[in-house]
Design a protein around this ligand. Structure first.
Ligand code: C2E
Ligand code: MG
Ligand code: MG
Length: 722
């Protein structure tokens, strides 16, 4: 290798640039050096291809002047080798070719030369040529660098880029875009439609509409959407798309950026969570609750009177904080929150059936305050019941920091729209009611409106009283005899429940049976009725009439589930009554609403040998055809059809149809509420099987019916019906 005047390139001045001159002809090198140094370049020389590569690595020249014909490795091969190396990939190479040697020129370009110059060289212009080639290579280098910087910046910003030429339907996409979408290395999406497949289903249409908008002339479309990446992750991206118009004003291409904003969104979500939820209980906080309540009350679908706000104030939190420390206080709050949520969740029973609309919301409002939104309640009483349950649940001791802690909850109730039309009013009044409860001795739950307190108190008292009524022996069965229409003989009796309340007197079953259903007491009450009625029937059978039949009413909720069958079995075996003489009165709705399980329960009951009757028949459904599908024995025509016969042709027709229809299906038909001789006469004309009503006998005590049966015996009216 020949070289001259050179210092280490790391520290040398490079003048206009460092030129590596490669030529086997020493003379040529010398002339080139003189010419170039004059033009301000620094020169390094190499005598052949191998030397050139070594010199290149050592000096990293700015430009190479390379002869084509050299012994050993020629210029073409030297150039190719340089281009394959990492350092020599972009350095401009000027090849010296023979004049008009077209083949060499082509070969030079193929080998990766930047330009060529003809031999013999014009020494005067050589410097200018190299100057020029260097300048353009530097600007290419700058562009390369800035592109690399841009790509890097885009990677950091997670900013992808795409460009689309609508007519051609070809999509250019940047590497970062493909990375955001999780596409495998080397994959190129071919269309916007392909990108659309990554968009979350709910937003795909929106994405495609945005594309349409651009096509239709909207210059800029910005929006955000969720994608599921090729590797299955969910990401949020923000898209900015622009339509570019050509000179004639028509759309030539659409470009867009897509930025991955997942982290921002997640951070925002976290911030939102912190702004809307309580960190200790995870419940919505005051702000979130208030906003929800406002929205709720503004929505006409939800603006019903069956909406209430409960304000729950715990009274011991401050003391716990002070004596046991803050973390104990937090623990108390957490446990209380759990109890409240559980209580409220189990109140579905008191809400109306519209399950899909109904929603309860518990919120931690402030330190020791919780607020609950109750919606779609059955009635106002339900609110008082929930409040009472809450009070009971919170009155149980809490185990905190190894201690038993007792808490009293003061609960204030605000009823929409009674106590306020807006969220603010409702909350304020519920709060006031809670304060009021705190001040009122012996009262931990308070309606904002005083009159409601009275109603609720009555209801709660009644509930408590009913729980005790069984023990206190306040329940009694009355019996209303049932007669065969043909000869007026007694065939049996319906057992009707009475509640002799110590203060309120006798309460109608129409009032307390629904209450018993609601508070879950119906099973106990129902079993008592069955047991008492069957035992009584047994006694009458022994004393007066071996075929005496007893009918007992079964309420809807008593039938639901699977508890009735075992109860009936137990009662029958306990009392020894022959099942043939027991008739259960069920409502149409029970029979029609029965699911498979309940239907098979009906069948099993009947398989025991007892009879099933449909009570109040005709009030529920007009279609009689369903009767053929259910296992029943008797129909009781509702009183409302008997009241107006004879006389009202429509009612007459219905009564007639029910009797004819029932009998044609082999069912026994019983008319209820027969009060006049004309009604009885009418029924007799239609061959109705049996009847009960005030005309022959009102419901009476067991003692009275015993007497009646005894008289019947002595009068020779002994019945043989069954
Ligand atoms: P229900 O099963 O339809 O009972 C017939 C009702 O009609 C009884 O009312 C009876 O006193 C009344 N009644 C009978 N004859 C006449 C009449 O000629 N004219 C008029 N106006 N009324 C008459 P009660 O005893 O007040 O019972 C009302 C309802 O309470 C019963 O209707 C039944 O659904 C329910 N119920 C009564 N006892 C029980 C029971 O032990 N268990 C269940 N689950 N429900 C019962
Ligand atoms: Mg009945
Ligand atoms: Mg009835």
């Amino acid at each position: 290798m020949a070289q001259s005047g050179m210092r280490d390139p790391g520290e040398t001045e490079r003048g206009h640039g460092l030129v590596l001159v490669v030529d086997d002809d020493k003379m040529m090198r010398l002339l080139a050096r003189q010419s170039l140094e004059r033009a301000g370049f620094v020169v390094v020389e190499a005598a052949d291809g191998t030397d050139a590569l070594t010199a290149f690595d050592e000096h990293l020249p700015d430009v190479v002047l390379l002869d084509v014909q050299m012994p050993g490795m020629d210029g073409f091969e030297t150039c190719r080798t340089l281009r394959e190396s990492t350092t020599g990939r972009f350095t401009p190479v000027m090849m010296m070719t023979g004049l008009d040697d077209v083949e060499s020129i082509e070969q030079a370009y193929e080998a990766g030369a930047t330009d060529f110059i003809n031999k013999p060289l014009n020494w005067l212009v050589l410097g200018h040529r190299l100057e020029y080639i260097l300048r353009s290579s530097r600007s290419a280098e700058r562009l390369r660098l800035s592109q690399a910087k841009l790509a890097n910046a885009q990677r950091i910003a997670k900013l992808g880029y795409w460009e689309w030429v609508p007519g051609k339907d070809r999509l250019f996409s940047s590497g970062e875009l493909r990375r955001i979408f999780g596409m495998p290395e080397g994959h190129r999406p071919s269309s916007l439609q392909e990108l659309a497949l990554f968009v979350h289903e709910d937003q795909r249409q929106q994405f495609l509409s945005a594309v349409d908008e651009l096509l239709e002339g909207t210059p800029i479309v910005d929006f955000e959407y969720r994608i599921r990446t090729a590797d299955g992750a969910e990401r949020f991206v923000r898209q900015h798309a622009e339509a570019l118009l050509g000179e004639s004003g028509h759309l030539t291409r659409v470009t867009g950026t897509i930025q991955d904003v997942t982290e921002q969104r997640e951070a925002e979500e976290k911030a939102r969570y912190m702004a809307y939820y309580d960190g200790i209980t995870g419940l919505p906080n005051r702000r979130s609750f208030t906003e929800t309540l406002e929205r709720f009350l503004e929505d006409p679908r939800f603006r019903t009177d069956a909406t209430a706000v409960l304000f729950v104030d715990l009274d011991r939190l401050n003391q716990v904080n002070e004596s046991l420390g803050r973390s104990a206080g937090d623990e108390l709050v957490r446990q209380a929150a759990l109890r409240i949520v559980k209580c409220v969740r189990s109140t579905d029973l008191v809400a109306r059936a519209a399950r899909d609309h109904h929603q309860h919301l518990v919120s931690r409002f402030d330190g020791d305050e919780f607020v609950i939104l109750l919606t779609h309640l059955a009635d106002i009483d339900a609110t008082a019941m929930i409040a009472q349950r809450l009070g009971e649940a919170l009155a149980e001791p809490f185990a905190v920091a190894g201690q038993e802690i007792f808490v009293t909850a003061n609960i204030g109730i605000g009823i929409f729209s009674h106590d306020g039309d807006t969220a603010e009013q409702l909350l304020r009044n519920a709060h006031l009611a809670a304060e009021h409860a705190k001040e009122t001795e012996g009262r931990s739950c308070q309606f904002y409106t005083e009159s409601l307190n009275e109603a609720a108190r009555e209801r709660l008292t009644l509930e408590a009283d009913l729980r005790r009524a069984l023990d206190r022996g306040e329940l009694e069965l009355n019996y209303q005899p049932q007669f065969r229409v043909a000869d007026n003989s007694i065939v049996g009796a319906e057992a009707l429940l009475r509640w002799h309340h110590s203060e309120l007197g006798t309460i109608s079953p129409a009032v307390f049976i629904p209450l018993a259903e609601e508070i879950g007491l119906i099973h106990e009450v129902g079993e008592w009725v069955l047991e008492t009625a069957c035992r009584q029937a047994r006694r009458w059978q022994e004393q007066y009439d071996g075929r005496f039949r007893i009918a007992a009413n079964i309420s809807n909720r008593q039938f639901l589930g699977s508890g009735l069958l075992p109860t009936v079995r137990r009662v029958l075996s306990g009392t020894g009554l022959d099942p043939r003489f027991l008739e259960l009165e069920l409502t149409e709705s029970v029979i029609l609403g029965a699911d498979d399980n309940e239907l098979s329960q009906l069948a099993e009951l009947r398989a025991l040998g007892l009879k099933l009757a449909i009570d109040d028949f005709g009030t529920g459904y007009s279609s009689l055809s369903y009767l053929t599908r259910f296992p029943v024995d008797a129909l009781k025509i509702d009183r409302s059809f008997i009241r107006d016969v004879p006389g009202l042709p429509q009612k007459e027709a219905i009564a007639k149809a029910i009797i004819a229809m029932g009998q044609s299906l082999g069912l026994r038909v019983i008319a209820e509420g027969v009060e006049t001789a004309a009604q009885l006469h009418f029924l007799r004309g239609l061959d109705c099987d049996e009847q009960q009503g005030f005309l022959m006998a009102e419901p009476m005590t067991a003692a009275d019916l015993s007497q009646r049966l005894a008289e019947g015996l002595s009068a020779g009216h002994r019945s043989a019906a069954g």
